[in-house]
Every structure is written in structure tokens, then in C-alpha cells.
Design a protein around this ligand. Structure first.
Ligand SMILES: CC(C)(COP(=O)(O)OP(=O)(O)OC[C@H]1O[C@@H](n2cnc3c(N)ncnc32)[C@H](O)[C@@H]1OP(=O)(O)O)[C@@H](O)C(=O)NCCC(=O)NCCS
Length: 203
């Protein structure tokens, strides 16, 4: 697909971007999803990085989005700032046409231009390695609980950015504010979709 526009989000896009996010994650990992509420919370948070977050537009329609936030690694008593993003998502009707890759590639390029050094995420373990991400055990970075697993990955925007950074990763506290009752209430702003328990969900 070559008519994809990657651009900053406007207020007028908020509903469409969140509804697209809801459709991308609905019943994917759990019955329902909370990622559209996460996008809503981030826009009001000091941790949100608007200068890197982007939506994808095709024929005037919002079909994808990537939302960046501030995170850090505690290396002893040294705090090292890193980027985190999430959600990254594409409208189910437009997946596997290069839109996710383009959102990722263009925002990483932008982050490099703006002087950011590295990214750490929790994400799809089979998707991000295609875009150069490595599991964080490669870098000597663990979760805040001292763990490593396939979904916990990093990317050096600048070569060897993590060479002398070792320690525990902390993402924005916004991820801990996804209270089910608030998500349920916020979800009423969007067209109804049925929550289903499906094979392959995490729980
Ligand atoms: C994951 C997602 C962002 C990828 O965006 P996309 O535009 O569909 O993907 P692209 O066109 O850039 O890339 C397609 C490639 O990625 C692979 N891919 C797509 N989704 C994948 C997934 N969830 N896990 C592993 N690989 C995936 C495709 O098989 C394809 O592989 P190929 O190039 O070897 O044929 C999108 O599918 C999505 O929104 N999924 C639902 C929400 C989600 O899981 N988001 C990521 C959370 S961390």
C-alpha cells in the first residue's frame, strides 16, 4: 500500500483513533480490551510523548497509531531515560499491508533525529524482531521484578545505546491505572462489541 500518510494526531482524530485501537485489540489478549482507554489516559499524562506519537491515514481514514511514553532504567542509582511505546495498532481491515512497519520505522527515524537513544517495550515477540528489536537479556536489562522473557524487548536507536546501561526497566505508571470499572465506563463512548472468551487469549 503506497497511499499511507503518517502524521501527528489532531483532537478531531481522537475518537476515530481510539475506536480503531478498540477494534485492533478487542478480544485479542482477553475478553474485551483496555488499550483505547490507555490511549485516552496517555494524552492527559506527563509521560506522554506527543512529538513522537503518530497516526496512519489512508483515504482520509485513521487506520493505525503508535503512542510513545517516557520510561526509564535504574542502573544502580543512575536513572537512564528510555522510550516506551504502546499501543501500536492497525485497523483489522488494514493489517499486514505494511502500516504497522511504517509507523514503527518513521517514528524510530524521528526519535533518532530528536536525539532519543533507545526503546524498551513489552510487545508481540514474533513481530518486533523483524524490525530489529532484541530481547532485553541481550542488553542486561530486566523488568522491574528482575525478569526477562520474549515479550520484553529493546531497540538501540543509536548504536550501542545500551552498551553501558544495565538494570531494571520501569514503564509509565499510566499502565497501572487501567482499572476495569473505569475501562467499562469509558468503553460506553464506543459502539458495542461483544466480549468473548477465545482460544489463544492470555486468560
Ligand atoms: C501487530 C500490528 C501492529 C502489525 O501491524 P501490520 O500493519 O498488521 O503489520 P505489517 O504489515 O507492518 O507487517 C506484516 C508482517 O508482520 C507479521 N505480523 C503481523 N502481526 C503480527 C503479530 N501479532 N505477531 C507476529 N507477527 C505479526 C505478519 O505476519 C507479516 O509478516 P511477513 O512480513 O513476514 O509476511 C497489527 O497487526 C495489529 O495492530 N495487531 C493487533 C494489535 C497488536 O497486537 N499490536 C501490537 C501490540 S504489541
Amino acid at each position: 500500500m503506497n497511499n499511507i500518510i503518517i502524521r501527528p494526531e489532531n483532537k478531531e482524530d481522537y475518537f476515530d483513533a481510539e475506536y480503531m485501537t478498540k477494534r485492533a485489540f478487542w478480544n485479542l489478549h482477553h475478553p474485551g480490551c483496555d488499550e483505547h482507554y490507555l490511549v485516552h489516559l496517555f494524552r492527559q499524562s506527563e509521560d506522554y510523548i506527543e512529538e513522537l506519537s503518530r497516526v496512519a491515514e489512508v483515504d482520509g481514514k485513521i487506520v493505525g497509531g503508535i503512542y510513545y511514553s517516557k520510561a526509564y532504567i535504574m542502573d544502580g542509582d543512575k536513572k537512564v531515560d528510555v522510550l516506551n511505546f504502546g499501543p501500536l495498532c492497525v485497523d483489522p481491515d488494514y493489517q499486514n499491508q505494511g502500516i504497522g512497519g511504517k509507523l514503527l520505522g518513521e517514528t524510530i527515524k524521528l526519535a533518532r533525529e530528536k536525539g532519543y537513544k533507545g526503546i524498551v517495550i513489552f510487545g508481540e515477540p514474533l513481530y518486533y524482531p523483524k524490525h530489529g528489536f532484541k530481547t532485553c537479556d541481550h542488553f542486561g536489562i530486566t523488568t522491574k521484578d528482575g525478569k526477562n522473557y520474549d515479550a520484553f524487548m529493546g531497540y538501540e536507536i543509536v548504536p550501542d545505546a545500551f552498551f553501558d546501561v544495565k538494570g531494571k526497566f520501569y514503564e509509565s505508571e499510566v499502565f497501572e491505572q487501567l482499572y476495569p470499572d473505569k475501562v467499562e465506563e469509558y468503553d460506553k463512548n464506543f459502539p458495542y462489541m461483544e466480549k468473548l472468551k477465545l482460544p489463544g487469549q492470555w486468560d
